[in-house]
Write a protein that binds this ligand. Structure first.
Ligand code: ADP
Ligand code: ADP
Ligand code: MG
Length: 450
């Protein structure tokens, strides 16, 4: 097992990884930018190394600074968290070649799924249904031909996209060329990849994803599905496990979890990963991408399975055998996660940086809060404005919802505008209680309130 792990991330996920490692007696090294000198993840770790100025390209994406920090502290592994370098094949490759150990998949696996256009082909070859669309990256002429054949609406997507960025809905032919150009620009500037591809836009879908876990010896399990349909700007806000829709149609669970395992097995997947699908109203589902990392919403899966995913990520990276048995895994109750963002739901969810006053997370039966901020800390415009995740677990969906609502009410957040009351209102909606929503629901609801 590792003696010391460097956490190449910030915010709630860095804090959570550090807590897991400390509980196991493994040494921890935090890295931080100038904007994060007072952040909780820095205080929590045994050691902390400054890696540069606030902008991520100068700090949390600065590979040289991170490797320097790892070598000077003699860390023998690096956990990348999510976002940032977590899906960077070059970073994983550098670890594989000269250490420390990367806690995540190897470069080949990241490459196979990191390019979303290539990932579609991989999934299709494994017999997994994909959204109808282009066979790979397209130029303008190919795009026009496919659009003509397939019809509108469609999505132009950046092959390197992530976090809801680099995706454009096109409703008619006259708008296609501009969408292709702007998607290429966005892909190049945000992800260093100008390739774009096309997918049919599935109307009123749900977002359902499956958590998988594979060791280095070919053993793998899935940990059921999560529903992440409540989104704004193609990014998740409220997530739950199990999916209320799949729960009501258990044969779909078997199919979708089987498809996820097939996609992951096809590339020899190693470590924790998530296979994402969109699902039509009839339960028909289509692969959209695989995230080769820990997911923001992994706690809802941990709550209903009792499996600590970060513990397993560490064990697997250290070469341990997966001892989880698929037939012994079962769903215990229901869990709901609410992402608390410093943003204004009444102003198109615009980020609202500022300085926090009191910031006190609630406690209670079935309540877990993963927070990346503390009282008096500044929320800067440099990073994703997510302050914390509130996870409520209960024996059934109604209890989980009630627990989440109570905890949201007790959450003390002063000094910055957040989506807390908006999320509370969402949980009180009859459509939420009935589990009847699609990926457009949340934004429509926000507009109706404003
Ligand atoms: P998940 O896919 O885990 O459900 P998100 O889509 O919100 O969650 O993305 C995970 C995290 O990584 C978020 O903090 C998001 O802002 C960030 N992120 C994802 N991709 C990128 C990217 N390419 N550039 C910057 N941040 C990203
Ligand atoms: P990212 O890499 O940014 O996470 P995804 O491809 O996973 O991008 O898509 C993000 C979200 O956009 C999905 O959760 C879903 O809500 C929506 N979406 C993606 N593809 C489609 C599609 N073909 N039809 C309808 N909605 C889609
Ligand atoms: Mg996605």
């Amino acid at each position: 097992m590792f003696d010391k792990v460097l956490i190449a991330n910030r915010g709630e996920i860095a804090a959570r990884i550090i807590s897991v490692l400390k509980a196991r007696g493994i040494g921890t090294v935090a890295v931080y930018s100038d904007a994060d000198a007072d952040a909780p993840h820095v205080a929590l770790a045994d050691e902390a190394v400054r890696i540069g100025p606030a902008p991520v390209r100068d700090s949390y994406l600065n590979q040289d600074a991170i490797f320097d920090a790892a070598h000077s502290t003699k860390a023998d592994a690096i956990h990348p968290g999510y976002g940032l370098l977590s899906e960077n094949a070059g970073f994983s490759r550098r670890c594989a070649e000269s250490g420390p150990v990367f806690i995540g998949p190897g470069p080949g696996v990241i490459d196979a799924m990191g390019d979303k256009a290539r990932a579609r082909a991989t999934a299709q070859a494994a017999g997994v249904p994909v959204v109808p669309g282009s066979d790979g990256p397209v130029d303008d002429a190919e795009a026009a031909a496919i659009a003509e054949r397939m019809g509108y609406p469609l999505l132009v997507k950046a092959a390197g996209g992530g976090g809801g960025i680099g995706m454009q809905l096109v409703k008619k032919a006259s708008k296609l060329e501009r969408a292709l150009a702007s998607c290429r620009d966005r892909g190049a500037s945000s992800f260093g990849n100008a390739a774009v591809y096309i997918e049919k836009f599935i109307e009123s879908p749900r977002h359902i994803e499956v958590q998988v876990l594979f060791d280095q010896h070919g053993n793998g399990v899935h940990l059921f599905e999560r529903e992440c349909t409540l989104q704004r700007r193609h990014q998740k806000v409220v997530e739950e496990a199990p999916s209320p829709f799949v729960q009501a149609h258990p044969h779909i669970r078997e199919q979708i979890c089987g498809a996820a395992m097939a996609a992951a097995s096809a590339i020899g997947y190693v470590n924790a990963g998530t296979v994402e699908f969109v699902m039509g109203p009839d339960g028909d589902f289509y692969f959209i991408e695989m995230n080769t990392r820990l997911q923001v919403e992994h706690p809802v899966t941990e709550a209903i399975t009792g499996v600590d995913l970060i513990n397993w990520q560490v064990d697997i990276a250290a070469g341990a055998k997966l001892t989880l048995d698929q037939s012994a895994l079962a769903i215990d109750g229901h869990a709901i996660e609410c992402r608390i963002y410093a943003e204004d739901p009444d102003k198109r969810f615009l980020p609202r940086p500022g300085t926090l006053g009191r910031f006190e997370a609630p406690t209670g039966e079935g309540i877990r809060v993963d927070a990346g901020y503390g009282s008096g800390q500044e929320v800067t415009p440099y990073y994703d404005p997510m302050l914390a995740k509130l996870i409520a677990h209960g024996p059934d969906r109604g209890t989980a919802t009630a627990r989440a609502q109570g905890a949201l009410e007790r959450f003390v957040i002063e000094g910055v505008t957040t989506n807390r009351d908006f999320v509370r209102a969402v949980l009180a909606e009859p459509a939420f209680a009935a589990g009847q929503f699609d990926t457009g629901w949340l934004e429509t609801y926000a507009k109706g309130r404003g």
